[in-house]
Write a protein that binds this ligand. Structure first.
Ligand code: ZN
Length: 204
C-alpha cells in the first residue's frame, strides 16, 4: 500500500454543483452525465494519479500508460453497498484493474461499522487516507536485508493483505525488485540517474 497519500479536495463550486445535481430527479449516481459528476470523476482521476505517482494505491504497481494497466477509480467502501459515499473523495483512490477487479476487491464489503460521518466509520480494510499504514502492515527482511516479505501487524493489516493478495509470490518478488532497483539507482551518478529516469520513466 502507498503511504501518506491524500484525497482530492473539491472546490466550493464543484461541491455545490454536485449537491444540486444529486437532488435532481432521475440522478443516475456514479455514471451520471451531469456536468458536476463528470468534473468530479475527472478530478479524482487527475489528482489521484498525481498524488499516487501513477501507482495503484494497494499493490503500488504502475497504472495507466506507464504501467500498461488500466487506472480505476476505486471506491474503498464499494458504491454498490454504500451509495451515500459515491461522491466522497475520501472514499476514492486510484487502483489497478487487478486490485479493483472481481478477483480481488470488486464489491468486497470493507466496512465493519457505518457512521453518519465517513471518518468515524470503522473499516475492515486498512484505509489509505484515515490510517497510519505502518501500524497495520510491516515488512520483514531476508538475509540479504531486502524487506519485501509483507505481514500484518493488526487484524485489519492481515485482512487487507489476504483479501488484496498482497503476499502473493508475484508481489513479494516485485517488491524485492523495486528495492534492488532503488538501491542501485541511488548509487548512480546524477547524469546516469537522469538517463535511467527518462528511459524507464518510473515516476520519480
Ligand atoms: Zn493494484
Amino acid at each position: 500500500m502507498q503511504k501518506g497519500i491524500k484525497p482530492a479536495s473539491l472546490g466550493p463550486d464543484l461541491k455545490a454543483g454536485l449537491e444540486k445535481a444529486m437532488k435532481r430527479k432521475g440522478f443516475k449516481g456514479w455514471d451520471s452525465a451531469a456536468a458536476a459528476a463528470v468534473s468530479f470523476r475527472e478530478l479524482v482521476m487527475d489528482v489521484g494519479l498525481k498524488n499516487q505517482s501513477h501507482k495503484c494505491i494497494w499493490c503500488t504497481l504502475l497504472v495507466g500508460e506507464r504501467g500498461r494497466r488500466t487506472a480505476h477509480r476505486d471506491h474503498i467502501a464499494p458504491k454498490s453497498l454504500y451509495p451515500q459515499w459515491t461522491f466522497l473523495p475520501e472514499n476514492i483512490a486510484i487502483s489497478c484493474e487487478f486490485c479493483n477487479g472481481f478477483m480481488v476487491k470488486g464489491d468486497l464489503d470493507t466496512v465493519s461499522k457505518v457512521d453518519a460521518l465517513y471518518e468515524n466509520s470503522e473499516f475492515l480494510i486498512v484505509h489509505p487516507y484515515l490510517d497510519d499504514i505502518g501500524v497495520h502492515i510491516g515488512f520483514s527482511e531476508d538475509e540479504a536485508k531486502i524487506p519485501a516479505v509483507i505481514f500484518g501487524l493488526s487484524e485489519r493489516g492481515k485482512w487487507t493483505i489476504s483479501r488484496l493478495k498482497l503476499d502473493s509470490d508475484f508481489m513479494t518478488l516485485q517488491r524485492a525488485r523495486e528495492i534492488l532497483i532503488d538501491r542501485e539507482y541511488s548509487k548512480l551518478r546524477e547524469e546516469d540517474q537522469d538517463r535511467v529516469r527518462s528511459a524507464l520513466n518510473f515516476g520519480r
